[in-house]
Design a protein around this ligand. Structure first.
Ligand code: ATP
Ligand code: MG
Length: 257
């Protein structure tokens, strides 16, 4: 058997819907399927490192990896140093986590604004210029409606909208869906219903958002417990209903069983 094909997904949704918990678990499981996985957290309020089980303090793109445009040059103000392409930058700056998942963190808000800008440009460039035939990508996008649709989800062939069975959550999911369609985000939009408690929850959220359900993740006390311990769900509760639901999502999207 050859190497599995690659898959690029982005998780979006309201704050607290469960994007990070699901994205981290998804990335780990995808890596176990043999994918070379790059997990990216483009949220300046980080959450993905915890659910992956990667150290986050030393993740990020250092200043000296980025050069400023010189007068008269075209393009963005900052770019990666010319000797670095996207793959080389991933090799150099992404942390290696459990199951071999690479983890790239957008940048911390604590840094200087100029530093954050350098990091942001480099980050965008890496995601845009990844070679086509390498890296499955799992993106954890910020909770708002702003970032996904200024190009941040362009890398993804599947955008997974995470929504809870609450009015607030599906209203934001609906709004995100509309924005994505207006924006012409070519990606396939699918729904992940999270924290489902009752049999009718998934159908309700599907009806309210008009999206097709890709997965139903049950409300799971084990996930809440993993969060309290600061441990990845996949390590802390590998047999929990929530982790199993993410495993079937991975299987569905990769065509596995
Ligand atoms: N299926 C679930 N069952 C129980 N708790 C869950 C479930 N999914 C997520 N949680 C909990 O809900 C909280 C929010 O999850 P998470 O941080 O993944 O959301 P998020 O969408 O990434 O939020 P943010 O937008 O703030 O980054 C966490 O405490 C997490 O442990
Ligand atoms: Mg998060």
């Amino acid at each position: 058997m050859g190497r599995p094909g690659r898959l690029r997904v982005a998780f979006v949704g309201k704050g607290g819907a469960g994007k990070s918990a699901i994205a981290g678990t998804f990335a780990r499981l995808l890596a176990r399927e043999g994918h070379e996985v790059l997990a990216i957290d483009s949220d300046p309020m980080p959450g993905l490192a915890f659910s992956l089980g990667v150290a986050q303090s030393d993740a990020g793109i250092p200043d000296d990896a980025v050069v400023e445009r010189v007068e008269g040059e075209e393009g963005p103000r900052f770019r990666l140093r010319p000797d670095l392409d996207a793959s080389a930058a991933v090799e150099a700056y992404a942390n290696v986590g459990p199951d071999g998942v690479r983890f790239l963190q957008f940048g911390k808000l604590t840094g200087h604004v100029a530093q954050l800008m350098r990091s942001q440009h480099a980050f965008r460039q890496i995601v845009e210029e990844l070679p086509d035939d390498r890296w499955s990508v799992v993106g954890d996008l910020p909770g708002g409606t702003r970032q996904p649709f200024f190009g941040w989800a362009d890398f993804a062939e599947v955008v997974l909208v995470v929504a809870e069975p609450t009015a607030k959550s599906w209203l934001s999911a609906k709004r995100l869906t509309r924005l994505a369609r207006e924006d012409g985000t070519a990606a396939n939009l699918l729904l992940v219903v999270n924290k489902a408690r009752e049999a009718g929850d998934a159908r309700l959220v599907a009806e309210m958002t008009g999206l097709t359900v890709a997965a139903v993740v049950p409300w799971d006390e084990d996930l809440a417990e993993a969060e309290r311990r600061g441990r990845p769900p996949i390590d802390d509760a590998p047999n929990s209903g929530a982790v199993r639901a993410v495993a079937s999502l991975v299987a569905d999207l990769t065509g596995g069983t």
